[in-house]
Design a protein around this ligand. Structure first.
Ligand code: KIV
Ligand code: NA
Length: 264
């Protein structure tokens, strides 16, 4: 298995090969995703929701996310590991963004970072890439701005389409190696994908992006309750785990576990 690098993703776009990205937050799942052949793993700030149980991604800190990055990197030595920059750790200036990105590379051993925003983040993207750190941008619905976007809403509809296209072009020109498009109409995402030379990664952005990403718990059926329209469940990991835990508890209760073969 080759180690995935940024230039491989560019080549895959040239060759019309689609690739997949999944989130990962720990060593054990990163290992499984690597074995499954997922070339790019994102240590998303969605850890705020699925690891720490916050309602939004706003509260998660660098100190909460960094140790997760280290675990994922150790679990998936061939994957390109991208670390999300948390809300409030890069927006103020290019200097702040570079300092935070540098921590994720130096202390987290990430291979790239991701940040939210289009035109408004070009200074940050340029400064980070100039320092030798690959940047994945994220446009369309940007969850860290949920409070100003008026909730979980499709972006780039109607008049918003021009802004979305401008954002995608701006991040490419600033040096991003790839761009996530979240919750945008499929036809707009297709237009952007054809216009850009860098790969687009869709989540709720239709079928014409160069790549796709999902939060792994959504992908594997590990989240409880209602999931977004753009989620497809490819497994029932939550049910599996629940029934394993219940069977274990029951066998401990009855004394069936541990049996002779588990004993010394
Ligand atoms: O944090 C995250 O999981 C993300 C992806 C869903 C794109 O940003
Ligand atoms: Na994120």
């Amino acid at each position: 298995m080759r180690k995935t690098r940024v230039h491989h993703l560019a080549e895959m776009k040239q060759n019309g090969e689609r690739w997949s990205m999944l989130t990962a937050y720990d060593y054990s799942t990163a290992r499984i995703f690597e074995e499954a052949g997922i070339p790019v793993l994102l240590v998303g700030d969605s850890a705020a929701n699925v690891v720490y149980g916050y309602d939004t991604t706003v509260p998660i800190t660098v100190d909460e996310l960094l140790p997760l990055v280290r675990g994922v990197v150790r679990g998936a030595p061939h994957a390109l590991v991208v670390a999300d920059l948390p809300f409030g750790t890069y927006e103020a200036s290019a200097e702040q963004a570079l300092a935070t990105a540098t921590r994720f590379m130096k202390e987290g051993l990430a291979h790239a970072v991701k940040l939210e925003g289009g035109e408004r983040m070009t200074k940050q993207i340029a400064a980070i890439t100039a320092a030798g750190i690959p940047v994945m941008a994220h446009v369309g619905f940007t969850p860290q701005s949920v409070n100003s976007l008026g909730g979980f809403r499709v972006q780039g509809r109607g008049d918003g389409a021009d802004q979305l296209v401008a954002d995608a072009i701006a991040v490419q020109e600033a040096g991003a190696f790839s761009v996530v498009m979240e919750m945008v109409p499929a036809d707009i995402a297709g237009q952007v994908t054809r216009k850009l030379t860098i790969p687009t990664v869709g989540i709720g952005a239709g079928n014409e992006c160069d790549a796709q990403v999902l939060v792994w718990q959504d992908m594997a059926g590990y989240t409880s309750g209602k999931t977004a329209k753009f989620v497809k469940r490819f497994g029932n990991v939550g049910d599996e785990l629940r029934s394993a835990a219940a069977a274990y508890a029951s066998e401990v209760r009855t004394g069936a576990f541990p049996a002779v073969e588990h004993s010394f």
